[in-house]
Design a protein around this ligand. Structure first.
Ligand code: SAH
Ligand code: SF4
Length: 372
C-alpha cells in the first residue's frame, strides 16, 4: 500500500539518484551536492532560497520535486518532557513526530538531550492487542522522503528554539524509530531514509545514535544485520514465553521465540552491540515472576539490555499497568542476576511509551477538531 504523489519528495533523494536525475537534463553532478546542501545544511524552505542555482534549474526542480512532503499542522510544546509535532502528508494523512527531552543538570531545558521518535507507516498491520497504532490497521507505508521530512521538520522547529552549533547539522541527539508503524515491514523506505539521515551529504547523523525498534520480523532482522550501516536494534518482546507473547502479539505465531532469539543473536554477533529488549509490563498478562525469570534467561543469553515500561493506558482498551511494587519486584529479578535493566516509574516519560501511542491520539484529535 503506497501513495504515489504527483512529484517526488526531494527528501527521498540520495546524492546519487539526484545526480542521475540532473544528468538527464545535462546538469553536472556538483549541482546535486549544492541542492542537498541547501536542504540539509542551510535548511532552505523555498526553491528561491537556493540562490546559487540558475533560475531555470530552480524552475525544473520545482516542477519535478516537492521540497517538503510533510507540513507542520501543530507544534505542541509542553512543560512536560515531550513535544509533539503534528504533521500532515500530501494525501492528508496525519502523523506525529515526538521530541523527548531528557533534562540535564545545570543547564536550561533548551539544552537537554533530545531524542526524536519517528513514524514509518500510517497505522500498523501487526495487530498487537495493546497498541494504539494498530487499532485501525494499516493505512499505508510512508515513503523514504516522508520519513526523512519528519526529522527536517524537527530541525526547523528546534533551530528556532536553540541556535545550533555550527558543527552540528541535526538539532537532536538520538533518533528512535518507535513511532507509528512496524519499520521493518517498510524495509526499503526505512533503509533509504536512514541512509539519507546518516550520509555526510544528508543530515550526517551517526548510525550509533539511531535505534530501530521491531515487533520481531525475523527475516528482516537478519537483513538488517547485513546492512553496511550499523543501526542499533530494539526488540519489542513483551512476552518471555510463546504462550504469553502469542496472546498479545500475533507476529509471534509466524516468528516464535525459537526463531526470534537466534535472529537477534545474529544481529548482535555481526554488530558487536547490545540489543535492547523492550518489555511493557501489563497487569496480569506478562508481569508474573515466572515471566521475569524467563526474561532474565533470554537477556543473559543475548547479552541484551532490558527496558521495562509500565503500560500506558489506551482509551478503549482493557489493559492496565501493574502496581509499582509489582513492577519493582519484576525488575529486581533481572537486576539481581546482573542483567542491565531500566524501569521507568514516572508516568509518560518512557521513550517507547511516549511514542507508542501516537495513532489513536492523532485520529481522535482530528475527529474532535477537523483540520479540513
Ligand atoms: N512497531 C515497532 C515500533 C513502534 S512501537 C515495535 O513494535 O517495536 C514502539 C514501542 O511502543 C513498542 O515497544 C511498543 O510495544 C510500545 N508500545 C505500544 N503501545 C504502548 C503502550 N500503550 N504503552 C507502552 N508502550 C507501548
Ligand atoms: Fe505495530 Fe509496534 Fe504497535 Fe505492534 S507495537 S501494533 S508492531 S506499532
Amino acid at each position: 500500500m503506497r501513495f504515489e504523489p504527483a512529484k517526488r519528495p526531494l527528501t527521498g533523494e540520495t546524492l546519487e539518484s539526484l545526480a542521475t536525475a540532473l544528468a538527464g537534463i545535462g546538469e553536472k553532478p556538483f549541482r546535486a551536492t549544492q541542492i542537498l546542501d541547501w536542504v540539509y545544511k542551510k535548511r532552505a524552505r523555498s526553491w528561491d532560497d537556493m540562490t546559487n542555482l540558475p533560475k531555470a534549474l530552480r524552475s525544473w526542480l520545482e516542477a519535478e520535486f516537492t521540497l517538503m512532503p510533510a507540513s507542520l499542522v501543530l507544534n505542541r510544546h509542553s512543560a512536560d518532557v515531550t513535544d509533539k509535532l503534528l504533521l500532515e502528508l500530501e494525501d492528508k494523512s496525519l502523523i506525529e513526530t515526538v521530541i523527548i527531552r531528557a533534562p540535564q543538570d545545570g543547564v536550561g531545558p533548551d539544552h537537554s538531550r533530545k531524542t526524536i521518535c519517528i513514524s514509518t507507516q500510517v497505522g500498523c498491520a501487526m495487530g498487537c492487542v495493546f497498541c494504539a497504532s494498530g487499532l485501525a490497521g494499516l493505512k499505508r507505508d510512508m515513503s523514504a522522503g516522508e520519513i526523512v521530512a519528519q526529522l527536517l521538520q524537527v530541525c526547523y522547529a528546534e533551530d528556532l528554539r536553540t541556535p545550533r552549533a555550527r558543527s552540528e547539522l541535526a538539532s537532536f541527539d538520538n533518533i528512535v524509530v518507535m513511532g507509528m508503524g512496524e519499520p521493518l515491514a517498510n524495509y526499503d523506505a526505512l533503509i533509504r531514509a536512514l541512509t539519507i539521515v546518516n550520509a555526510p551529504w544528508g543530515l550526517g547523523f551517526g548510525a550509533r545514535r539511531i535505534t530501530v525498534s521491531t515487533s520481531g520480523l525475523v527475516p528482516k532482522i537478519i537483513m538488517l544485520a547485513d546492512e553496511p550501516i550499523g543501526f542499533r536494534l530494539a526488540i519489542s518482546l513483551h512476552g518471555a514465553t510463546d504462550e504469553v507473547r502469542s496472546q498479545i502479539m500475533p507476529v509471534n505465531k509466524a516468528f516464535p521465540l525459537a526463531k526470534l532469539i537466534p535472529a537477534v543473536k545474529t544481529f548482535t554477533e555481526r554488530h558487536g552491540r547490545m540489543v535492547t529488549l523492550e518489555f511493557i509490563l501489563i497487569a496480569d498478562v506478562n508481569d508474573s515472576l515466572d515471566q521475569a525469570r524467563r526474561l532474565r534467561d533470554i537477556a543473559l543469553d543475548l547479552h541484551a539490555h532490558v527496558n521495562l515500561i509500565p503500560y500506558n493506558t489506551v482509551e478503549g482498551l482493557p489493559w492496565k499497568r501493574p502496581e509499582v511494587a509489582k513492577q519493582v519486584a519484576f525488575a529486581e529479578v533481572l537486576d539481581r542476576s546482573g542483567v542491565s535493566v531500566t524501569l521507568r516509574r514516572e508516568k509518560g516519560h518512557d521513550i517507547a511509551a511516549a511514542c507508542g501511542q501516537l495513532r489513536l491520539k492523532t485520529e481522535r484529535e482530528r475527529e474532535a477538531a477537523p483540520f479540513h
